[in-house]
Design a protein around this ligand. Structure first.
Ligand SMILES: [Zn+2]
Length: 322
């Protein structure tokens, strides 16, 4: 008779592993090694991008502080906390091809008559792309998107997880976040993501899409990749800020930064100026045409929003730097 439960052991230290039926990667509670569990994933489909050691990341942070045009002006920055872990993502290559037709609306004024002209464009698309999607549902961490993009752009060297020696793992060991999506789910997510990215790209190009006939082949070479990510919390003048670093090349992928005194002043002046500007612009827009169009209100709203954003930023004293 078949045993009801298969006993899984850590392939590095032999300790028993705690498994649920959805476990794709089981983290050994004794040595911390991430074991791939066959069935949902084959051992050569899981890789790791080895992390640099913590002290290198700390050095990287201080070198960023020295290099950065704004940060280097600030005296009294303190490194408050540093934390590193491996984030599981699924990566795969797709070919995406087909036809996209999109349009642009142009307003032409000739004398007293104004008319809207629609210009159509047709693009043939055929490209190969590396698509990266999170392997977890809860993945809204600060910088997660930027980290995945940085991975797709830099293509760091990956090592097959099962081929890593225990001694090597000791050197690159970090906490590993659990993976929730299996390969089948991931393949579907990768295809969806590829199509969504393309649609978004074309929505930005024009005012709308009227035909989107796009096909995807793949994904090919689909694998679960553990990406090292380091979160650094630093303080300046009593406030805390975040910097997220890629653990393979020490690049800061996103950070919040204190506003310098001059930036803060500029934001307030700019916001105030725009607020004063909004009223005359509104008056002009509303009296210029005989008709009041929705576009007039949109312009007024945009000016108001920018003004508010500038002033709000000045009071928060932080901005996001990618
Ligand atoms: Zn172990």
């Amino acid at each position: 008779m078949e045993p009801l439960h298969e006993i899984y052991e850590c392939e590095k230290c032999g300790a028993p592993l705690d498994l649920t039926p959805e476990t794709i990667i089981a983290i050994c509670s004794y040595c911390g090694f991430p074991n791939t569990i066959s069935g949902l994933i084959s051992p050569d489909e899981a890789t790791v991008v080895p992390s640099l050691p913590e002290n290198t990341l700390v050095k990287g942070f201080w070198s960023l502080v020295r290099r950065d045009r704004d940060l280097r002006k600030l005296r009294g920055i303190n490194l408050m906390d540093i934390e590193g872990h491996y984030m599981p993502v699924w990566a795969g290559r797709v070919r995406i091809y087909g036809t996209v037709s999109y349009y642009e609306r142009r307003v032409e004024t000739r004398g007293k008559t104004t008319r809207t002209k629609t210009v159509y464009y047709i693009d043939k698309v055929d490209r190969e792309e590396i698509i990266v999607v999170p392997a977890r549902r809860q993945f809204t961490g600060f910088g997660a998107k930027e980290l995945m993009l940085h991975y797709a752009q830099t293509r760091p060297k990956e090592t097959i997880l099962s081929s890593i020696e225990s001694s090597t793992w000791e050197n690159i060991r970090l906490r590993v976040l659990g993976a929730e999506y299996d390969k089948k789910t991931a393949m579907k997510l990768i295809v969806d993501e590829a199509v969504d990215n393309l649609r978004e790209e074309y929505l930005k190009k024009g005012d709308g899409i009227d035909c989107f006939d796009i096909h995807v082949t793949g994904p090919f070479n689909v694998r679960l990749v553990l990406l090292p990510v380091w979160n650094i919390t630093y303080t300046y003048a009593g406030s805390a800020y975040q910097a997220v670093f890629a653990g393979w090349d020490n690049q800061c992928v996103i950070r919040t930064e204190p506003l310098t005194a001059s930036q803060r002043a500029l934001s307030i002046v700019g916001g105030a100026f725009l607020s004063f500007l909004a009223a005359p612009v509104a008056h002009l827009l509303l009296t210029m045409d005989n008709e009041i169009s929705l576009g007039d209100f949109v312009i007024i709203f945009i000016i108001g929003t920018i003004a508010f954003g500038l002033v709000a930023n000045a009071f928060k004293g932080a901005r996001v730097e990618r």
